[in-house]
Design a protein around this ligand. Structure first.
Ligand SMILES: Cc1cc2nc3c(=O)[nH]c(=O)nc-3n(C[C@H](O)[C@H](O)[C@H](O)COP(=O)(O)OP(=O)(O)OC[C@H]3O[C@@H](n4cnc5c(N)ncnc54)[C@H](O)[C@@H]3O)c2cc1C
Length: 567
């Protein structure tokens, strides 16, 4: 009997952005490739996402005449690691340098393959933009909106995104400030006209992550790459210390597939696996994740079984949410960052105390809630806001100043009262404490400085994603005009952020610290090159793409530039 049923040069497990680019690199190098995706949809959580990639020093910044460099990005990420207490196992100076040297090249490579990309919203600063080397505009790259019909028989095979329309991300962000941005109506009108035109012409546009994955799938299909859906990988085959192939099963038929040059695991994390959460990130809940339902962690367990070293497994890409009645039916649960980071709102724990800068990164926000909860009940915490807030901004994706959605008050979700003291009573917080907290906040707003947590001092706090760049208040506004309101906020997530340790070639590192030959991993199957921090928008997909690119080049024996002095 043959050892393998089939053999390819490069076998890819999963279909994140790293999977796609690695397949394109290999195909172009004349190697045979197969992508094995377990779900009926291509694209993973990446397709469901915003599709933003954090790519310092990218070609679009250069085109805009904005200086950036590997050194600046290194300075920034080094400073972030120092803030976090040193290098986590999934990162190192060498690996970060490899990332920064290759991320812009990965983007150049995709552009050469005809994948239409552009700079992300120009006002999306790094999340710790007060640190040296940080960027105060945007290091992000995104895909242009994509007509799924271009995929032919695959047009309904991309995992649905959360933004199935023909709009740029910044248009969506600007239109989101419908009541303070004078241009919002015009932008919405433009999007509506495009939608009508597309309908008439039989186009099916999508944007964000689904556009990115749609465009990558199109490039892969055009290049003749073999893609198998509903082909779960059940086993990694290791022979003589090297990856030799995988075992997959399609329509109940098990197959051993050999891999001459290597196996790349880009199979996501474990956001939908409660047992793994209980083991590695206790206190977090499957129900709170927005990751795609295929994110079930079995390949991380398999990487562990074959001797890979796991690290940063307690890390999540946190995303604060407020679970309004009926949220279970929503494809993406209502986010709360755009709430408590906006003027006229703060977040307090169950003792009524404010405990963070509500404007910072969503990853840090949720981690701070989880840590706080170890000493003071803080899950859920309470978003506290006033009439001024509801006249300008949404609560759980809805304007509530004119009509409160049915059941919100009855279900105990929204609390509303004429005075702060009554509001405190309603959410079982000491009225004197909540009033004092709000007075303190109002004092900071009037003085123009948040002395406790420095909210509003970063550019990021004031950007369109978090604060309100269209109002003078930007991210700070008093809470003083009744009625007053409160809704619960929980530390949700958009994916997990730990996995197997890989080196600067994307090779899986074993428990003994040496790489397992021909076995590669990228994306949330691996421990992030960012360590325990989230540097800026796109800190998950940017590295997933880049280490897919690096891994394929390494396995194919192509010259790899790791940004070192000797390259
Ligand atoms: C609403 C939302 C918005 C987000 N926005 C952003 C953003 O803009 N930028 C950013 O960086 N991050 C964002 N994130 C987070 C980001 O989407 C994820 O962290 C990232 O996409 C994970 O990508 P990945 O490369 O690890 O693989 P994934 O995209 O998760 O793909 C993994 C694939 O592997 C498949 N798979 C799993 N097991 C197997 C198996 N045994 N055999 C075969 N296939 C398997 C899965 O079915 C899946 O299709 C967002 C997330 C959400 C939910």
């Amino acid at each position: 009997m043959a050892k393998f049923d089939e053999t390819y040069d490069w076998v890819v497990v999963g279909s994140g952005a790293g999977a796609c680019i690695s397949a394109l690199v290999m195909q172009q190098a004349g190697k045979s490739v197969v992508i094995l995706e377990k779900s009926p949809f291509f694209g993973g959580t990446t397709a469901k996402s915003g599709g933003v990639m954090w790519i310092p020093n990218n070609r679009f910044m250069h085109e805009d005449g904005e200086p950036d460099s590997i050194e600046a990005a290194m300075t920034y990420l080094d400073a972030l690691q120092e803030l976090d207490g040193g290098d986590a196992p999934g990162t190192s100076q060498e690996k970060r340098r490899a990332y920064f040297a290759n991320a812009p090249k990965a983007i150049d490579f995709l552009c050469e393959q005809g994948v239409a990309l552009r700079r992300g919203p120009a006002f999306w600063p790094d999340y710790y933009d007060e640190l040296p080397g940080a960027c105060k505009t945007s290091r992000t790259v995104v895909a242009l909106p994509f007509n799924l019909k271009e995929l032919g028989e695959y047009s309904d095979k991309i995992r649905p995104g959360f933004a199935p329309f023909n709009a740029l991300l910044e248009e969506g962000m600007q239109a989101g400030h419908a009541r303070t941005n004078p241009r919002a109506k015009k932008i919405m009108g433009r999007i509506a006209l495009r939608t009508i035109r597309d309908k008439l012409l039989g186009r099916k546009y999508t944007t964000a992550g689904a556009a990115l994955q749609g465009r990558l799938l199109k490039a892969a299909l055009d290049a003749g790459i073999e893609i198998r859906l509903q082909a779960p990988v059940e086993e990694l085959l290791i022979e003589g210390g090297n990856a030799a192939g995988v075992v997959t099963s399609t329509e109940g038929q098990r197959k051993r597939i050999g891999a001459r040059l290597g196996v790349l695991v880009n199979a996501g994390g474990f956001a939908h696996n409660q047992a793994m959460r209980d083991k590695y990130a206790p206190g977090t809940r499957v129900e709170w994740t927005q990751a795609a339902d295929c994110d079930t962690g079995e390949m991380i367990e398999e990487l562990d079984r074959v001797g890979g070293k796991l690290a940063q497994m307690d890390q999540m890409v946190g995303y604060q949410s407020t679970l309004s009645p009926g949220w279970e039916q929503a494809y993406v649960a209502p986010g709360a960052q755009g709430m408590t980071g906006k003027p006229h709102a703060i977040l307090v724990d169950q003792s009524g105390e404010r405990f963070m800068n509500e404007g910072g990164s969503y990853e840090l926000y949720c981690e701070t809630m989880r840590k706080r909860n170890q000493s003071v009940p803080a899950i859920p915490s309470w978003a506290i806001f006033d009439r001024q807030y509801v006249e300008k901004y949404k609560v759980a994706d809805k304007y509530i100043d004119k009509t409160i959605p049915d059941g919100w008050i009855e279900a105990g979700y929204l609390h509303k009262a004429d005075t702060l003291e009554e509001l405190a009573d309603s959410i079982k917080i000491d009225p004197a404490k909540l009033s004092a907290m709000v007075s303190r906040w109002n004092g900071f707003v009037q003085a123009g400085e948040d002395k406790d947590f420095h909210r509003g001092e970063r550019e990021y706090d004031n950007c369109g994603f978090v604060g309100d760049p269209f109002s003078d208040a930007r991210s700070r506004g008093t809470i003083e005009r009744g009625p007053f309101y409160a809704v619960p906020v929980i530390p949700g997530d958009v994916s997990t952020y730990g996995g197997v340790v890989t080196d600067s070639n994307g090779q899986v590192v074993g428990e003994n610290g040496t790489p397992i030959g021909r076995l590669y991993a990228t994306g949330t199957s691996s421990a992030s090159v960012m360590g325990n921090v989230y540097a800026g928008a796109g800190s998950s997909i940017g590295p997933s793409l880049t280490f897919g690119y690096i891994a394929a080049r390494h396995a194919a024996g192509l010259n790899s530039d790791h940004g070192g002095q000797n390259d």
